[in-house]
Ligand binder design. Structure first.
Ligand code: SF4
Length: 348
């Protein structure tokens, strides 16, 4: 592995050459939840990462305490970033997890720098910061405390129910700065979930997170991503999902169609061959031009979801108390199969 060249996806994250080879400690844990998973503990040199200027991402600064993700979503665009470590972008991405063990102390130090201007910090932009590893390493409490103590605005995008462990900290932070939380739920079809997002909490449990956050007075948006063509895009599927999102008390719902960048594309196509071989050709045509579905398709999905959202009462009125729900910056592009496709980004 090229530990001396631990670059994030340059389209997502500007960090590079973070670690020296001597900084790596490799561990496994003999518990059912981590069976088959290897952790590579490293001490990062920097944790506040500037998104390259050319990026179309709507945030400038990110914090990513992990690399790789045991949530194992087949379509995950961050898979490609594992190749920068000479790690496998398929199963390796799901099971070889890099942990930046000094992330909290490093962030606190960097936030204290006179050069730091207090810009918004986005988390969950590359991989999920509330993936299972966080249950053991507990990096997020220290990160949230540092952000809270500096009254530094931030957002979190996650599929992890573990975020509720940090509810008090989120509440404390929201009292002093802008905090945006978004949960990713692309569909509520449990059959589809089991095969395409095998390591994640179920969509129902993620919506419970939305509900719990709403009950705690912390507005939470839902990134409805990815909407998966031919598998999760039937009108009744869209309706079921938006209805459930509304019932959970989400402040917004933002649909984003699946995109398939290199790394994710090969893995997703192999999955299609196994689970839905009859769709392989349709996908080849749908994504013939590249990573994105055709614009007409994206617009159609966006319109359908917007109409359903209006019908179920999710919209601007519900987001009026924006102090707690600045989700526009959080979910527009993240690890959850969401692409920075401008036509998709209109918030309701
Ligand atoms: S899409 Fe998000 S939750 Fe799923 S594997 Fe990627 S980083 Fe993890």
């Amino acid at each position: 592995m090229r530990w001396d060249d631990l670059a994030e996806d340059p389209a997502v994250n500007g960090e590079s050459a973070l670690f020296g080879a001597s900084a790596v400690t490799t561990r496994t844990f003999d518990s059912p939840e981590f069976r088959g998973v290897t952790f590579h503990e490293v001490r990062a040199r920097s944790i506040l990462n500037r998104v390259p200027g050319a990026s179309r991402m709507p945030f400038e600064w990110t914090v990513n305490p992990y690399r790789g993700c045991t949530h194992a979503c087949v379509y995950c665009f961050a898979r490609r970033t594992h190749s920068y470590l000479d790690l496998d972008t398929g199963l390796g991405f799901d099971s070889q997890i890099v942990v930046k063990v000094n992330a909290p102390e490093l962030l606190r130090r960097q936030l204290s720098s006179r050069r730091w201007q207090g810009a918004h910090v986005a988390m969950g932009t590359n991989v999920d910061c509330y993936q299972r590893a966080e249950g053991r390493y507990r990096l997020m409490p220290g990160i949230l405390q540092a952000l809270r103590d500096h009254a530094n605005p931030f957002s979190v995008l996650t599929k992890g129910t573990l975020i509720l462990r940090d509810l008090d900290l989120l509440r404390q932070a929201a009292a002093v700065t802008d905090v945006g939380i978004s949960v990713s739920v692309g569909f509520t079809d449990t059959e589809l979930w089991r095969t395409v997002e095998p390591g994640t909490p179920s969509p129902a449990r993620r919506l419970d997170v939305v509900r719990a956050l709403a009950d705690a007075g912390i507005g939470c948006g839902v990134l409805m991503a990815p909407v998966i063509p031919f598998l999760g895009d039937r009108p009744e599927q869209l309706r079921d999902t938006v209805r459930a999102v509304a019932a959970a008390g989400a402040t917004s719902v933002t649909p984003l169609v699946l995109h398939l960048r290199p790394g994710a594309r090969e893995w997703f196509t192999a999955w299609l061959h196994t689970h839905h071989p009859h769709l392989v050709e349709r996908y080849a045509r749908m994504y013939a031009e590249g990573a994105y579905a055709p614009r007409w398709y994206q617009r159609r999905i966006t319109r359908q979801v917007h109409e359903l959202a209006a019908e179920y009462g999710i919209g601007p009125a519900a987001r009026a108390s924006s102090r707690e729900a600045p989700e526009p910056d959080a979910p527009r592009a993240g690890h959850h199969g969401a692409g920075p496709e401008p036509t998709q980004l209109t918030l309701l």
